[in-house]
Design a protein around this ligand. Structure first.
Ligand SMILES: CC(C)(COP(=O)(O)OP(=O)(O)OC[C@H]1O[C@@H](n2cnc3c(N)ncnc32)[C@H](O)[C@@H]1OP(=O)(O)O)[C@@H](O)C(=O)NCCC(=O)NCCS
Length: 221
């Protein structure tokens, strides 16, 4: 699990630009937001490891602890200075296979073109963003980064009024096709609850839970 979590971190950092450090096994990501400071990553930590990060944060609400685990109930108990921020996220993976269906044909045949949707790609070599727009409105979007043969998907989203029309599936399939053409063979992502429902229909597998905790004290505000 640690290996997979680190592969996700490498790709997520490449996709989002968040720098991270590993100092004596303490993995810390810079949040790059005024309301956030650091995000600490722990993989199935023992009680001592969990407590040492809790002590480091010292209740600061700008800090987040993310725990990758197959034993979520073990961690979902009261911890002094921390509250549960999210308990519905999961790390998922999917082997990517070549398809014969190029993206533009898929767009047309799925009827999106006829509904006035257009795609905009921002291709930066080993990172790409896809936006689906209708007129001036953003309908759906997704991002990815490729690291070695992994492709890490990030910020896949369909705007509320465009949901359940197949756009999320289209974005994932389009980004996957792009990644396959760039020699990626394994997809990795951190999925929200809604995201898991989508990704499961596309053959993705749940690998472990991702629990997020944050400090309880409004320090420095
Ligand atoms: C998750 C999300 C991207 C799905 O986008 P979408 O465009 O609505 O997804 P699609 O229409 O392509 O869904 C395809 C299939 O996935 C499944 N699915 C998608 N969203 C679902 C949901 N909320 N609940 C249950 N099943 C869902 C369904 O099987 C659906 O087919 P159906 O509509 O014929 O039943 C969208 O709900 C969203 O943006 N949520 C908020 C942001 C988020 O959580 N993003 C994911 C980050 S990992």
């Amino acid at each position: 699990m640690k290996n997979l979590a680190m592969r996700w971190l490498e790709g997520w950092s490449a996709a989002t630009g968040h720098p991270w450090t590993d100092e004596h096994g303490v993995i810390r990501i810079e949040a790059l937001m005024a309301s956030r400071r650091f995000e600490y990553l722990l993989v199935e930590p023992n009680d001592e490891e969990f407590d040492s990060i809790t002590a480091l944060i010292d209740g600061d609400s700008r800090d987040v602890v993310t725990v990758f685990t197959n034993k979520p109930d073990h961690y979902l108990v009261p911890h002094a200075g921390l509250v549960v921020d999210r308990d519905d996220e999961a790390l998922m993976t999917c082997p990517l296979a070549r398809t014969d269906s190029p993206v533009p044909d898929g767009f047309e045949t799925q009827g999106f073109e006829a509904q006035g949707f257009e795609t905009q790609w921002d291709d930066q070599g080993d990172r790409v963003s896809l936006h689906v727009i209708q007129g001036v409105q953003l309908a759906a979007a997704g991002n990815l980064a490729i690291v070695d043969h992994d492709v890490i998907f990030d910020r896949v989203e369909t705007m509320p009024r465009f949901r359940r029309r197949g756009l999320g599936r289209f974005v994932m399939q389009s980004l996957s096709s792009w990644a396959i053409q760039h020699e990626a063979d394994t997809g990795i992502l951190a999925a929200s609850g809604d995201g898991q429902a989508l990704y499961e229909t596309l053959g993705w597998q749940h690998k472990c839970a991702m629990l997020m905790f944050r400090g309880t004290e409004d320090v420095g505000r």
